[in-house]
Structures are given as C-alpha cells and as structure tokens.
Design a protein around this ligand. Structure first.
Ligand code: PHE
Length: 488
C-alpha cells in the first residue's frame, strides 16, 4: 500500500503545502480580530507561548503518526500499533475538520470572493459613506448570494484537490503562497507609512496584562490549534505523504514558524492602519469585512489595496480549505475505495450542503437585526418608533418561532458561531490532548524513532519535545479548559 501512496515532490513542496494549510483565514481574519477583541499585545504574547510549548510539539505528533502509519487518520492509530480505541481521535478529527470546520470555512471563503469583486466596483464608495457595516449585514442577509459565493469557492477548492497531491495541491501552494507573502509586504509598508500608525503599533506590541481574561486565554489556545491546522487530522494526513528521508522536526518548525510569522505580519498590516484612520480595533468578526474597507476608503489608491487585501485573504483561504477537504477525501478513498475524483465530488457536495446551513443561519440573524433597526431609529438625538412597528415585531416573532423550529440555535448561538466556537475552542484542543496522551504515554519509543528517522537525523531537542508532549501540553490544555469553565 505504501508503495502506491502519493508523496510530496520535495521538502519545499511539503513545507509550502503545510504552511499553505496552516496559513489561512485563521491568520489574516481570525487572529487580528481576536487580538483586537482580547486586548492587543498581552493576547499576542500568550498566543506565542502556546504556539511554542503546545502547538509545535503537537504538530510533530501529528506528522509522526501520519508518516509512520501511512494511513488516513481514522485508522492511523491502530495501524501504528495502538489500541483501536485510539482511532477515535482520527474519527473525531474527520468529523470536526472535514465536515464542521470546512463547512463554515468555505462560507467565509465565499465572502472573500464577493469582497474582491466589490472592491473593484462599489465597495469604496459605500465604505467612504460609513456604510460598510450595513453593506456587510445586507450581503449576509441575501441567502442566495452568500450560498452562491460559497459554492463557487468550494467548487474551486474541489478542482484543485481533484488534481491530487503533487499536481494539484503542491502546485497551487507553490504559486499562491509566495504571492501571498508579497502582497502582505506591500500592505504592511502602506499601513506603517500612514500618519498616526504609531498608536496601532503600541496597541499591538505593548502588553497590558490586566486586559487578559480566562476567555481570552482559551481563545488564544483555540486560535493556536486552528491556525496551525492541528487536531483535525489535516497535518496527520499531510504527514502521511511526507518522505521518510525528510527531517521531520525541521519540517514542523518551518510550518509553525511561517504560520506565526504571517499572523504577526497580518497584525502589522491591519492595526497601524486601523488606528491611523481612527477606527476601533475591537470590531470582532467584522474587523476585516467592515472596518478594513472603511480604512481602505480613506487611503489614496484604496480600491487597489482593498482588492489586494481580499485577494490575499482568498489565496490564504483556498490553500487551507484544500487541506481540510483533502483529509475528508483521503478518508473516502481509503474507507470506501473510491476514485479520487469521485471522493472529491461526494465529500464536496456534502460539505457544500452543510455550509449552506451555516450561511443561512448567519443571514437570519442579520435579517432580524435589520428589522430591529426599522422598528426604532434615531433622528437627530430623538428615538423614533416606526408607525408600523407593531406589524414588524409580530412578523419577526412569527418568523423566529418558525425558524427556531426549523433551525434550532445552539446554546443561544447561530449555527455558524456555534461551530466556530465549539470546534476551535473545545474540539481541536480536545483532539490534540488525546493525541498527546497517545504519543507521550503509549507510543513514545516509536514516536522518537519516527521523529529522528530511526536515529539517522540528529535532533537535540528530543527530550524537551517528549517533556512537552507528556506534561506541558496536556496539563496546559486541561488548565485552560478548567479556567474557561470557571472551575479554577
Ligand atoms: N489553519 C487554517 C487557518 O488558519 C485553518 C485550518 C484548520 C486548516 C485546520 C486546516 C485544518 O485558516
């Protein structure tokens, strides 16, 4: 079986593909939004510590189980000699990553296409008039449009993944990743050269630990796993295509390092500009889609920079989505013996359907918020109640009643936000916790052999790595969980 398995064409092919998986919406959309929301530099420091002490060791675990087993995650653990019960980690990974995360990921991927096109058409005028918030809300309210963009995005990803490992995934990443880097540099130079950029740099680099909360630390943990593509079987799957001769720790270090570098760079592209243009950094999910167009609209040649930015986001999203789909496709190929193209088709369609649900759940919320604005609005400093307020309220109550029957919310959150929060903050760390327990306590000898290529590659941090996998990572994850639950 292992002879027929595809492999990465070169070390760089792997590093770029792994970095392509890791570098994504997580770095450019989610990281800056969390930094803005959870207090700036202090969050960044916690994040960096988590990447070094938990993220990198876990990434090496995933790659080594993947390479040793040469299997998809759902049978990797038993095939390297573990009790088949450990395969539950792989099953969890496939369900979480291939289906849940990708289904919401491609919704945001679709937004990037919409915003790329809009940048060149009307977005700058809308944003200059201070309307980028209602523009975003209005877009999310149009189900057919959001779903159409999501299908276009996913269709492209399916095409690339159908091309296979070396031909499709590796080739796409080799073009898109360097382009992404170049665009980011242009944006940073632009952002830092704006008058007033210093306030943004200060927010981003000078820590104020009093702003740090348990929720913020949990978010940093979730973000580290999400950003490094861990806990979802994506790196495990990519590791299974890694050649035995490759130096595994340095491949992992490269992927982690590049991912972190790009996240930090995204902050430098965004915060100085946000502050220089007088915006607030804590806009949450909307930071990139609402605040940034406003920032671009105020800059000379804003249209051009806006287009470049959303192109960057699009590239980042495509290469990550490919790795998520690849994990689901490898599963379908190995479990049901499907041809690659058939597997891509079947998995892609299932994910598109789930994603549609995510997209619509968000739009519902926006339709509702739009309606609330119509009931009461400000005129000068007076609050005016609309004449047909009663009718609007009755309509909305009826709609919500029908909706909550058809689309139940989860713990008060719409499906989209619930998936984001539950997967990133809980499922990914949980999967990684189990992985560390397996590798650290039940598979340590073989793991050390795999990591050092049977002793052929020198790796002077081996002891430190084992210590992180056995103690630091599991204890760290458990403590952060308990803290977020309010138990400690
Ligand atoms: N790491 C990707 C990002 O930062 C998301 C991702 C998670 C991709 C898990 C694959 C697996 O956007």
């Amino acid at each position: 079986m292992s002879e027929q398995r595809e492999q990465w064409g070169s070390r760089w092919g792997f590093v770029l593909a792994a970095a392509g998986s890791a570098i994504g919406l997580g770095n450019i959309w989610r990281f800056p939004w969390l930094v803005g929301q959870y207090g700036g530099a202090a969050f960044v420091m916690v994040y960096l510590a988590i990447v070094a002490l938990i993220g990198l060791p876990v990434m090496m675990c995933e790659l080594s189980v993947g390479r040793a087993s040469q299997r998809a995650p759902f049978k990797a653990f038993s095939s390297v000699g573990g009790n088949p019960l450990w395969n539950v980690i792989g099953w969890m990974a496939i369900i979480t990553g291939g289906f849940l995360v990708l289904s919401y990921y491609n919704v945001v991927g679709g937004w990037t296409i919409k915003y790329m096109i809009e940048s060149l058409t009307g977005l700058m005028d809308v944003a200059a008039a201070g309307e980028s918030g209602s523009f975003f809300g209005g877009f999310l309210g149009k189900n057919h449009e959001v779903v159409a963009y999501q299908v276009i995005f996913m269709g492209l990803v399916m095409l690339f993944v159908a091309g296979g490992i070396g031909g499709g995934i590796e080739r796409t990443c080799k073009i898109m990743m360097p382009a992404l880097f170049g665009i980011l540099i242009i944006l940073i130079v632009r952002s830092l050269s704006l008058p007033g950029a210093e306030a943004g740099i200060e927010f981003y680099l000078r820590p104020d630990f009093s702003k740090l909360t348990g929720e913020g630390i949990l978010a940093a943990l979730g973000q580290a796993f999400f950003s490094l593509s861990l806990g979802l079987g994506a790196m495990l799957t990519y590791g299974s295509y890694l050649k035995k001769e490759e130096h595994l720790p340095s491949a992992a270090a490269w992927a982690c390092g590049l991912d972190t570098l790009i996240a930090l760079m995204a902050g430098f592209a965004i915060f100085p500009a946000v502050f220089a243009m007088g915006f607030e950094p804590g806009a949450g999910v909307g930071l990139t889609f609402i605040t940034l167009p406003g920032v671009f609209a105020k800059m000379p040649a804003g249209m051009f920079f806006s287009f470049l930015f959303f192109l960057l986001l699009f590239f980042a999203a495509v290469t990550s989505a490919m790795s998520l789909l690849e994990a689901a496709v490898t599963f379908a190929i190995e479990k049901f013996n499907l041809k690659r193209t058939d597997a891509v088709l079947v998995m892609g369609v299932i994910i598109i359907l789930l994603g549609g649900y995510s997209a619509i759940s968000l739009s519902d919320k926006n339709v509702f918020e739009g309606a609330v604005e119509k009931v009461a609005f400000e005129e000068g400093d007076r609050l005016v109640i609309a004449e047909d307020a009663e009718k609007i309220v009755v309509e909305q109550v009826e709609r919500i009643a029908v909706r909550s029957f058809n689309h139940p919310t989860i713990l008060g959150k719409d499906f989209f936000s619930a998936v984001d929060d539950f997967c990133n903050n809980w499922l990914l760390p949980l999967g990684s916790l189990l992985l560390c327990l397996f590798v650290g306590w039940f598979w340590c000898e073989p793991a050390s052999k795999e990591v050092t290529g049977d002793g052929k590659h020198s790796f002077s941090w081996l002891g430190m790595w084992i210590f992180c996998v056995r103690f630091i990572a599991p204890v760290g994850i458990i403590v952060i969980f308990l803290n977020a639950l309010g138990l400690i």
